[in-house]
Design a protein around this ligand. Structure first.
Ligand code: HEM
Length: 210
């Protein structure tokens, strides 16, 4: 097996993570009409499904997700081998950030497990044309699914809270002058994405439009 230089692993893990964040933002934006404007959502879904760039996009997305999982696992293994088992257990001023750092592995694995369940429900097979909203509502209106989707949104927020800081550190962007702005931006982004998925899951579960 070829061992990649650690700078390549760190940069690759960070960039692939940032691209996945971009996808979650676009995905979240695409889901808002499912709650607020169901007809627009149905039109958006059929335009998306007939688009010629959807298949290459999906293949690229799967590749980026696979790269992110393998590079972060490889980074964790080499950190462990190097004896770096330090845990952020007591950052008194930022207990949530400490929790996010401690739980980064498990939060990543839970997000991956959620994706397998999620894609099995909504992507394989894809709902028939005109049925996207109805299928979405019927999935979210099953109580167990509502709990799984709400929990996944919270876990994703925790994972993003850690990821935002780790990515900037790995890419060498974090400096004493910008650290506070980057941390605030990372927290806001994690809250926006996690909170957005949570609100959409709960609205659909409670019978909001779709
Ligand atoms: C409120 C929560 C969510 C809802 C209601 C939702 C809904 C959907 C729907 C309807 C699809 C099928 C799209 C299609 O027909 O092509 C889909 C696909 C997908 N979702 Fe979600 N989603 C949610 C959360 C998430 C989260 C948190 C992630 C990532 C961590 C995610 C990742 C994906 C991926 C990767 C696809 C496949 C995209 C593709 O094939 O192009 N979803 N989602």
């Amino acid at each position: 097996m070829i061992a990649l230089p650690s700078a390549v692993v760190r940069t690759g893990a960070a960039l692939s993570g940032l691209l996945l964040v971009l996808f979650t933002l676009v995905h979240l934006g695409g889901l808002i009409p499912a709650v607020l404007a169901p007809e627009r959502f149905e039109a958006y879904a059929s335009a998306l499904h007939t688009s010629p760039w959807l298949r290459p996009f999906e293949i690229g997305l799967a590749g980026i997700a696979g790269l992110h999982v393998s590079l972060t696992i490889s980074k964790a293994i080499s950190n462990r081998r190097a004896g770096n088992s330090a845990q952020l257990s007591s950052r008194r001023d930022a207990p949530l950030a400490a929790l996010a750092s401690r739980s980064k592995g498990i939060a990543g694995l839970l997000t991956l497990a959620f994706l397998v369940v999620h894609l099995n429900q909504l992507r394989w097979p894809r709902p028939a044309a005109g049925q996207e909203g109805a299928v979405l509502s019927s999935v979210l209106q099953q109580p167990l699914n509502a709990v799984v989707y709400a929990a996944a949104a919270l876990v994703l927020a925790l994972h993003l809270l850690h990821g935002a800081e780790a990515a900037h550190r790995s890419l060498g962007w974090l400096s004493p002058t910008n650290s506070s702005a980057l941390r605030t931006g990372g927290r806001l982004l994690a809250a926006l994405i996690g909170g957005g998925f949570l609100l959409i899951s709960l609205s659909l579960a409670l019978g909001g439009a779709a």
